[in-house]
Write a protein that binds this ligand. Structure first.
Ligand code: DER
Length: 230
Protein backbone atom coordinates (compact mmCIF):
# COMPACT_ATOMS: atom_id res chain seq x y z
CA UNK A 1 0.00 0.00 0.00
CA UNK A 2 1.00 3.63 -0.35
CA UNK A 3 1.31 3.90 3.39
CA UNK A 4 3.69 0.94 3.45
CA UNK A 5 5.76 2.56 0.72
CA UNK A 6 5.92 5.76 2.76
CA UNK A 7 6.99 3.84 5.87
CA UNK A 8 9.66 2.01 3.89
CA UNK A 9 10.94 5.29 2.45
CA UNK A 10 11.55 6.75 5.91
CA UNK A 11 12.99 3.44 7.13
CA UNK A 12 15.49 3.37 4.27
CA UNK A 13 16.43 7.00 4.94
CA UNK A 14 16.81 6.36 8.65
CA UNK A 15 19.19 3.42 8.42
CA UNK A 16 21.60 5.58 6.40
CA UNK A 17 22.56 6.90 9.87
CA UNK A 18 24.01 3.50 10.82
CA UNK A 19 27.82 3.30 10.52
CA UNK A 20 30.00 0.20 10.89
CA UNK A 21 30.53 -0.87 14.47
CA UNK A 22 27.39 0.81 15.78
CA UNK A 23 25.07 -0.59 18.44
CA UNK A 24 21.50 -0.04 17.22
CA UNK A 25 18.27 0.09 19.23
CA UNK A 26 15.65 -1.93 17.37
CA UNK A 27 12.19 -0.51 18.01
CA UNK A 28 8.83 -2.25 17.78
CA UNK A 29 5.91 -1.85 15.42
CA UNK A 30 5.35 -1.98 11.68
CA UNK A 31 7.54 1.02 10.84
CA UNK A 32 10.44 0.04 13.10
CA UNK A 33 10.21 -3.44 11.61
CA UNK A 34 10.91 -1.96 8.18
CA UNK A 35 13.98 -0.24 9.59
CA UNK A 36 15.21 -3.61 10.88
CA UNK A 37 14.63 -5.09 7.43
CA UNK A 38 16.44 -2.22 5.69
CA UNK A 39 19.33 -2.50 8.16
CA UNK A 40 19.52 -6.21 7.40
CA UNK A 41 19.86 -5.36 3.71
CA UNK A 42 22.76 -2.96 4.39
CA UNK A 43 24.47 -5.69 6.41
CA UNK A 44 23.93 -8.37 3.76
CA UNK A 45 25.25 -5.96 1.11
CA UNK A 46 28.34 -5.36 3.29
CA UNK A 47 27.57 -1.64 3.32
CA UNK A 48 27.99 -1.72 7.10
CA UNK A 49 29.98 -4.16 9.23
CA UNK A 50 30.06 -5.22 12.90
CA UNK A 51 26.64 -3.78 13.66
CA UNK A 52 24.68 -5.29 16.53
CA UNK A 53 21.12 -4.61 17.59
CA UNK A 54 19.38 -4.41 20.95
CA UNK A 55 15.76 -5.55 20.65
CA UNK A 56 12.84 -3.89 22.45
CA UNK A 57 10.37 -6.78 22.20
CA UNK A 58 9.97 -10.37 21.10
CA UNK A 59 8.80 -8.96 17.77
CA UNK A 60 11.94 -6.95 17.12
CA UNK A 61 14.22 -9.77 18.30
CA UNK A 62 12.56 -12.29 15.99
CA UNK A 63 12.59 -9.88 13.03
CA UNK A 64 16.25 -9.02 13.63
CA UNK A 65 17.15 -12.70 13.43
CA UNK A 66 14.95 -13.12 10.34
CA UNK A 67 16.60 -10.18 8.55
CA UNK A 68 20.17 -11.03 9.58
CA UNK A 69 20.76 -8.40 12.26
CA UNK A 70 22.75 -9.87 15.16
CA UNK A 71 21.23 -8.96 18.54
CA UNK A 72 22.88 -8.68 21.94
CA UNK A 73 21.45 -8.21 25.41
CA UNK A 74 21.21 -4.61 26.63
CA UNK A 75 23.38 -5.67 29.58
CA UNK A 76 26.18 -6.69 27.21
CA UNK A 77 26.69 -3.12 25.91
CA UNK A 78 27.54 0.18 27.56
CA UNK A 79 25.77 2.48 25.10
CA UNK A 80 23.34 2.68 22.18
CA UNK A 81 24.56 4.71 19.21
CA UNK A 82 21.24 5.08 17.40
CA UNK A 83 17.73 3.76 18.05
CA UNK A 84 14.96 3.51 15.45
CA UNK A 85 11.37 3.40 16.66
CA UNK A 86 7.84 4.26 15.66
CA UNK A 87 5.26 6.31 17.53
CA UNK A 88 1.52 6.69 17.83
CA UNK A 89 1.57 10.48 18.22
CA UNK A 90 4.27 13.14 17.82
CA UNK A 91 3.86 16.78 18.84
CA UNK A 92 5.81 19.85 17.72
CA UNK A 93 8.28 19.43 20.60
CA UNK A 94 9.01 15.87 19.43
CA UNK A 95 7.31 14.48 22.50
CA UNK A 96 5.62 11.18 21.78
CA UNK A 97 2.89 8.81 22.72
CA UNK A 98 4.09 5.25 22.16
CA UNK A 99 2.84 1.87 23.25
CA UNK A 100 0.33 1.00 20.57
CA UNK A 101 2.23 -2.28 20.38
CA UNK A 102 2.43 -2.69 24.18
CA UNK A 103 6.24 -2.61 23.98
CA UNK A 104 6.83 0.86 25.43
CA UNK A 105 8.57 -0.30 28.63
CA UNK A 106 11.64 -1.79 26.95
CA UNK A 107 11.41 0.76 24.13
CA UNK A 108 11.69 3.66 26.58
CA UNK A 109 14.76 2.11 28.23
CA UNK A 110 16.56 1.73 24.89
CA UNK A 111 15.30 4.96 23.28
CA UNK A 112 16.15 7.04 26.36
CA UNK A 113 19.84 6.02 26.43
CA UNK A 114 20.39 6.20 22.66
CA UNK A 115 22.82 8.94 21.54
CA UNK A 116 20.42 9.42 18.62
CA UNK A 117 16.77 8.39 19.00
CA UNK A 118 15.19 8.49 15.54
CA UNK A 119 11.40 8.25 15.31
CA UNK A 120 9.83 7.06 12.06
CA UNK A 121 6.23 7.97 11.33
CA UNK A 122 3.80 8.91 8.63
CA UNK A 123 1.95 12.20 8.65
CA UNK A 124 -1.11 10.75 10.41
CA UNK A 125 0.87 10.63 13.67
CA UNK A 126 1.63 14.36 13.86
CA UNK A 127 -0.66 16.10 16.40
CA UNK A 128 -0.90 19.62 17.83
CA UNK A 129 -1.24 18.22 21.35
CA UNK A 130 -0.55 14.72 22.73
CA UNK A 131 -3.59 12.69 23.68
CA UNK A 132 -5.99 14.11 21.11
CA UNK A 133 -6.07 10.99 18.90
CA UNK A 134 -4.48 8.26 21.04
CA UNK A 135 -4.78 7.19 24.68
CA UNK A 136 -1.72 6.93 26.92
CA UNK A 137 -0.73 3.25 27.27
CA UNK A 138 0.28 2.25 30.82
CA UNK A 139 1.93 -1.08 31.67
CA UNK A 140 0.55 -2.23 35.02
CA UNK A 141 1.41 -5.00 37.49
CA UNK A 142 -1.64 -7.27 37.51
CA UNK A 143 -1.42 -7.42 41.32
CA UNK A 144 -2.06 -3.66 41.45
CA UNK A 145 -4.62 -3.26 38.65
CA UNK A 146 -7.56 -1.96 40.70
CA UNK A 147 -5.74 0.66 42.78
CA UNK A 148 -3.87 1.82 39.67
CA UNK A 149 -7.16 2.24 37.77
CA UNK A 150 -8.53 4.34 40.65
CA UNK A 151 -5.36 6.45 40.75
CA UNK A 152 -5.51 7.07 36.99
CA UNK A 153 -9.11 8.28 37.32
CA UNK A 154 -7.83 10.55 40.07
CA UNK A 155 -5.46 12.12 37.52
CA UNK A 156 -8.42 12.93 35.27
CA UNK A 157 -7.96 9.84 33.13
CA UNK A 158 -10.51 7.47 31.63
CA UNK A 159 -8.69 4.10 31.83
CA UNK A 160 -9.59 0.99 29.83
CA UNK A 161 -7.94 -2.43 30.18
CA UNK A 162 -6.51 -3.40 26.78
CA UNK A 163 -8.14 -6.60 25.60
CA UNK A 164 -6.42 -8.81 23.04
CA UNK A 165 -7.79 -9.28 19.53
CA UNK A 166 -6.77 -12.93 18.94
CA UNK A 167 -6.94 -14.15 22.52
CA UNK A 168 -9.82 -13.95 24.95
CA UNK A 169 -9.18 -11.54 27.78
CA UNK A 170 -6.46 -8.91 28.31
CA UNK A 171 -3.21 -8.29 26.43
CA UNK A 172 -0.27 -9.65 28.45
CA UNK A 173 3.00 -7.90 27.58
CA UNK A 174 6.39 -9.53 26.83
CA UNK A 175 7.20 -8.79 30.47
CA UNK A 176 4.04 -10.51 31.79
CA UNK A 177 2.06 -7.43 32.75
CA UNK A 178 -1.26 -5.87 31.65
CA UNK A 179 -1.80 -2.71 29.64
CA UNK A 180 -4.30 0.03 30.45
CA UNK A 181 -5.08 2.68 27.82
CA UNK A 182 -5.94 6.01 29.40
CA UNK A 183 -7.83 8.79 27.62
CA UNK A 184 -7.59 12.33 29.01
CA UNK A 185 -10.74 14.10 27.77
CA UNK A 186 -9.50 17.42 29.17
CA UNK A 187 -6.39 17.13 27.01
CA UNK A 188 -2.77 16.82 28.20
CA UNK A 189 -1.54 20.33 28.95
CA UNK A 190 1.73 19.27 30.61
CA UNK A 191 2.85 15.88 29.25
CA UNK A 192 6.12 15.89 31.23
CA UNK A 193 4.26 16.35 34.50
CA UNK A 194 1.69 13.70 33.56
CA UNK A 195 4.42 11.20 32.61
CA UNK A 196 5.92 11.53 36.07
CA UNK A 197 2.59 11.45 37.91
CA UNK A 198 1.54 8.24 36.16
CA UNK A 199 4.89 6.55 36.84
CA UNK A 200 4.72 7.52 40.51
CA UNK A 201 1.58 5.41 41.00
CA UNK A 202 2.68 2.24 42.84
CA UNK A 203 2.13 -0.72 40.51
CA UNK A 204 2.70 1.23 37.30
CA UNK A 205 5.65 -0.21 35.39
CA UNK A 206 5.95 2.43 32.60
CA UNK A 207 3.75 4.67 30.48
CA UNK A 208 3.80 5.63 26.81
CA UNK A 209 4.54 9.36 27.20
CA UNK A 210 8.10 9.79 25.81
CA UNK A 211 9.21 13.29 26.82
CA UNK A 212 12.58 14.70 25.67
CA UNK A 213 13.64 11.33 24.26
CA UNK A 214 13.38 11.73 20.48
CA UNK A 215 16.23 13.57 18.76
CA UNK A 216 14.99 13.28 15.17
CA UNK A 217 11.59 12.57 13.67
CA UNK A 218 11.35 11.42 10.07
CA UNK A 219 7.86 11.97 8.67
CA UNK A 220 6.82 10.24 5.46
CA UNK A 221 4.65 12.71 3.59
CA UNK A 222 2.08 11.66 1.02
CA UNK A 223 4.10 13.08 -1.86
CA UNK A 224 6.78 10.58 -0.93
CA UNK A 225 9.55 12.74 0.45
CA UNK A 226 10.43 12.84 4.11
CA UNK A 227 10.55 15.89 6.26
CA UNK A 228 12.63 15.67 9.38
CA UNK A 229 11.53 17.55 12.49
CA UNK A 230 15.03 17.77 13.90
O1 DER B 1 4.15 0.30 20.17
C1 DER B 1 4.88 1.21 19.74
O2 DER B 1 5.39 2.06 20.47
C2 DER B 1 5.05 1.30 18.26
O3 DER B 1 6.23 1.98 17.96
C3 DER B 1 3.83 2.01 17.73
O4 DER B 1 3.58 3.05 18.57
C4 DER B 1 3.99 2.52 16.32
O5 DER B 1 3.77 1.44 15.51
P1 DER B 1 3.54 1.60 13.93
O6 DER B 1 4.87 2.07 13.39
O7 DER B 1 3.17 0.22 13.51
O8 DER B 1 2.44 2.61 13.73
Amino acid sequence: STQDNLKRAVARKAVELVKSGMIVGLGTGSTASMAIEELGKLISQNKVKDVVGVATSYQSRVLARQFGVKTVDLNDVNHIDVAFDGADEVDASMNLIKGGGAAHTMEKVVDSIAKQCVILIDQTKVVPELGLTFPVPVEVLQFALSPVLRALVGLGGVPEIRNALRKDGPVITDLGNMVVDVRFPEGIKNPAELENKINMIPGVIENGLFINIAHKVLVATKDGDETAIV
